[in-house]
Design a protein around this ligand. Structure first.
Ligand SMILES: NC(=O)C1=CN([C@@H]2O[C@H](COP(=O)(O)OP(=O)(O)OC[C@H]3O[C@@H](n4cnc5c(N)ncnc54)[C@H](O)[C@@H]3O)[C@@H](O)[C@H]2O)C=CC1
Ligand SMILES: CC(=O)C(C)=O
Length: 245
């Protein structure tokens, strides 16, 4: 798919992987709507990226179906169509399972998993009208590899992998392709030396390539998944060799 002139919605676009992806879509000539629940960060991103193309910010909590529906309606109102939906917003809450509250468990599932459901559900009718499109979901290496203390996160990202395949199969004949990207650990709002202290070096050691990923490296894969018209139903690992071990 030629992304020039196309319309892409990027959730979690105020920071990290989403911000890099928004920039990458603008570089391809797409119009971009950033959805994020961080209003200040979203407005900053809109300002920062406005030099690269047509971009606007909409405040959204992806765990609310109504808000995701509004986000997509707003994008279509502004730009007339929807071609790419990048369901990327996500959070992690650490904790051993026997200590994890049901509230925290539900919060992770609501954002990381339900957010993908809502983003897909409400993007599909618009993509059908546009004659096709690409849905891309952010999964994780932790969708296929267990991590102690990441019970809810593991569950949500494992679900994203299979939701991706299910939706891909359902809408292939509508020319809607559905793929996921599964990053290894990537420098971002979630992962930084400041936030992780000594554990940061431990994480570096788990990536054979000898460093953590950069958000732009994940954005590059997202663009591939948006453009490549023979790719659907996959989870593309971009993980510095983490899962090869
Ligand atoms: N950084 C990493 O090492 C990895 C991250 N991921 C996934 O990548 C995605 C992006 O995360 P990063 O860029 O790393 O982190 P980040 O923290 O820099 O960005 C996440 C963005 O999502 C937004 N967000 C969170 N909850 C939201 C909600 N309910 N509604 C709307 N926006 C919300 C945040 O405000 C933030 O702007 C997430 O799905 C995360 O699980 C996956 C693998 C590795
Ligand atoms: C840190 C993180 O969010 C991963 C690896 O999914």
């Amino acid at each position: 798919m030629d992304l020039k002139g196309k319309v892409a919605v990027v959730t979690g676009g105020a920071s990290g992987i989403g911000l890099a992806a928004a920039r990458a879509f603008l570089d391809k000539g797409s119009k971009v709507v950033i959805g994020d629940y961080n209003e200040e960060g979203g407005k900053e991103a809109e300002k920062e990226l406005s030099g690269y193309g047509d971009v606007s910010f909409v405040k959204v909590d992806v765990s609310s179906e109504q808000e995701v529906k509004n986000l997509i309606a707003e994008a279509v109102d502004r730009y007339g169509r929807l071609d790419v939906m990048f369901n990327n917003a996500g959070i992690g809450i650490q904790g051993m399972t026997h200590e994890l509250s049901y509230e925290d468990y539900k919060k992770v599932i609501n954002i990381n998993q339900d957010g993908v459901f809502f983003g897909s559900k409400h993007a599909i009718p618009e993509m059908r009208k546009a004659g096709g499109g690409a849905i891309i979901n952010t999964a994780s290496i932790l969708g296929s590899v267990g991590e102690p203390t990441a019970f809810a996160y593991n569950a949500s990202k494992g679900a994203v992998n299979l939701m991706t395949k299910s939706v891909a199969l359902q809408y292939a004949e509508d020319k809607i392709r559905v793929n996921a990207v599964a990053p290894g650990y990537v420098e971002s709002g979630m992962v930084s030396r400041e936030a992780l202290g000594e554990y940061y070096d431990n994480l570096v050691g788990k990536h054979p390539i000898g460093r953590l990923g950069e958000p732009e490296e994940i954005a590059h894969a997202v663009i591939f998944l948006a453009e490549n018209e023979f790719t659907t139903g996959i989870t593309l690992l971009v993980d510095g060799g983490y899962t090869a071990q």
